[in-house]
Ligand binder design. Structure first.
Ligand code: NAP
Ligand code: MG
Length: 496
């Protein structure tokens, strides 16, 4: 059987995709469809909803391929990833286009995703050149003591749609370079992009069975999680699903890495550059239509600068252009699906019932010029009660809340008043405040005079509290090696 994926011109695509198991493209089925969030009547593709038998086959293929792949030299495995980076570079524009029409984000944002994915592949390819293991002094002078790292085995990769190739690359690249084999279940919103990404690895020469793709709903992710042949799971997505995975897999000794939700804050102190702060928090809240785990969900303004900051935030938000992510000059793309739009719109309604005051936005944009796309006007609330749902639960859309703090202590208390701890930003010119921020804020990533983000692909990415599992971080090479390998301590008395 061969792939039905074609490399059509950007904009003309309709692709029927199948699973990729043991180096073969399986029969493409029309079980489910994926559409363009800006023009929902445009179907981007159809894909199978995999059965548990298909997941079994993928896990078996991954297990069988592991024996040879783990024996392939790490330098050689890195070479395959470098080749994948080169293949992707050759079709970067086509991939960015596909991301925009299937996921919805703007073309410039999609281009950034693709170039960061290329860099991620290169970066993990180079892990072969990092020190491997440690040696120890032995109390027996004839003996050597050292640690070695071996692959974990079959890794289940379960990823969301908002970074449809970048997040998977964070997981697949280190898994492969460290000698594991992969069964990947991408989000059902972005199956065509996922299949195209797998083609990149196929063309780069990844051996049969080393990377397998099983498409379908969350249920398919569940088959992977419950499969006895899976040795580790790396998951990015919602808190509820992630916690379910942890509870079901860790008691069986399966290694689990989770990147979950956030309720990221930006505190603006009186000594901040207000123009910079306003511009940055609006971008942090609204880019990718707020569909980023690192998006700025709350802004805490010190009383002394509350009014001028709010005025700037309003002006900055109102000059954003909402529309099809392919169109020139558009800043704010549609939400990924009708369900997502309805959910966010209902949270906006709830916030108003809870007493939040609408500063700007709030409305679903459904005029004829929006072609039925899933558009919401960028929305900013002023909130006086920090206990309302908007300030506690992640609303995955272009929505943010501004709160007032009378002093630094109140600002830090408000900032930490959430179960999440992914990112936190502060805007200040004071070194003393920066130091205090680092001590006070319960967040895995702290951003000073810059947006809530964790974008450097070679620095640790992860949260505190309910935002991540207690497991090695993502992105950074050493952390990736911790997760994707098992450590053994070796005592060797050499023979004659
Ligand atoms: P989600 O529903 O948890 O989905 C994530 C992935 O899990 C998808 O592939 C999904 O499949 C699959 N899945 C759903 N139910 C499952 C189950 N019971 N067992 C196994 N897999 C299952 O997340 P989402 O709503 O699509 O994505 C948005 C969320 O991701 C937000 O909460 C956001 O904060 C979070 N996120 C976190 C980070 C981070 O690094 N911390 C980054 C990006 C996004 P289907 O797509 O088929 O449902
Ligand atoms: Mg979901």
């Amino acid at each position: 059987m061969s792939s039905d994926i074609t490399t059509s011109e950007p904009g003309t695509e309709y692709r029927l995709v199948g699973n990729f198991i043991d180096g073969q493209w399986m029969e493409a089925r029309e079980d489910a469809s994926s559409t363009n969030p800006a023009h929902p009547s445009q179907e981007i593709g159809r894909h199978p909803v995999s059965t548990s038998e298909e997941v079994d086959r993928a896990v078996e293929a991954a297990k069988a391929a592991g024996r040879e792949w783990r024996q392939t030299n790490l330098v050689e495995r890195g070479r395959v990833l470098r080749q994948a980076a080169a293949v992707l570079e050759g079709r970067a524009e086509e991939m960015a286009h596909l991301i925009t029409v299937e996921e919805g984000k703007t073309l410039p944002e999609a281009r950034t995703d693709v170039s960061r994915t290329i860099d991620t592949l290169f970066y993990h390819a180079s892990q072969a050149y990092s020190p491997a293991g440690k040696t120890y002094v032995s109390s027996n002078s004839a003996e050597e003591v050292r640690t070695v790292r071996v692959p974990v085995g079959v890794v289940g990769v379960i990823s969301p749609w908002n970074f449809p190739i970048l997040t998977p690359a964070w997981k697949i690249a280190p898994a492969l370079v460290h000698g594991n084999t992969v069964v990947w279940k991408p989000a059902s919103m972005t199956p065509v992009t996922a299949a195209e990404f797998v083609k990149v690895f196929e063309e780069a020469g990844v051996p049969a069975g080393v990377l397998n793709l099983v498409l379908g709903s969350g249920k398919v992710g569940g088959y992977i999680v419950d499969h006895p042949g899976v040795d580790a799971i790396t998951f990015t997505g919602s808190t509820n699903v992630g916690n379910g995975i942890w509870n079901s897999a860790t008691p069986r000794g399966v290694k689990v890495q989770l990147e979950l939700g956030g309720h990221n804050v930006a505190i603006v102190f009186p000594d901040a550059d207000l123009d910079l702060a306003a511009k940055t928090v609006v971008a942090g809240a609204m880019m990718s239509a707020g569909q980023k785990c690192t998006a700025t969900r709350r802004v805490i303004a010190h009383s002394d600068v509350y009014e001028p900051l709010v005025e700037r935030i309003k002006a900055e938000t109102e000059q954003l252009v909402v529309g099809d992510g392919l169109a020139e000059g558009v800043n704010i793309s549609p939400l990924v699906s009708r369900d997502a739009l309805e959910e966010v719109a209902s949270e906006v309604e709830q916030a108003q019932k809870d007493g939040a005051e609408l500063l700007t936005g709030g409305q679903v944009l459904d005029g004829p010029e929006y072609d039925g796309g899933h558009f919401l006007a960028p929305t900013v609330f002023e909130v006086s009660d920090p206990e309302i749902r908007l300030c506690k639960e992640e609303v995955f859309g272009p929505v943010t809340a501004v709160l007032r703090a009378e002093d630094d202590d109140e600002a830090f208390d408000l900032a930490n008043a959430t179960r999440f701890g992914l990112c936190a930003a502060v805007f200040t010119a004071s070194e003393r405040r920066v130091r205090r921020t680092v001590e006070e804020l319960e967040a895995g990533m702290i951003n000073v005079n810059t947006s809530t983000t964790g974008s450097e692909l070679h620095a640790p990415f992860g949260g505190l509290k309910a935002s991540s599992a207690q497991a090695p971080r993502e992105q950074e090479g050493e952390a990736a090696r911790d997760f994707f390998t098992k450590e053994k301590t070796l005592y060797v008395v050499p023979g004659d």
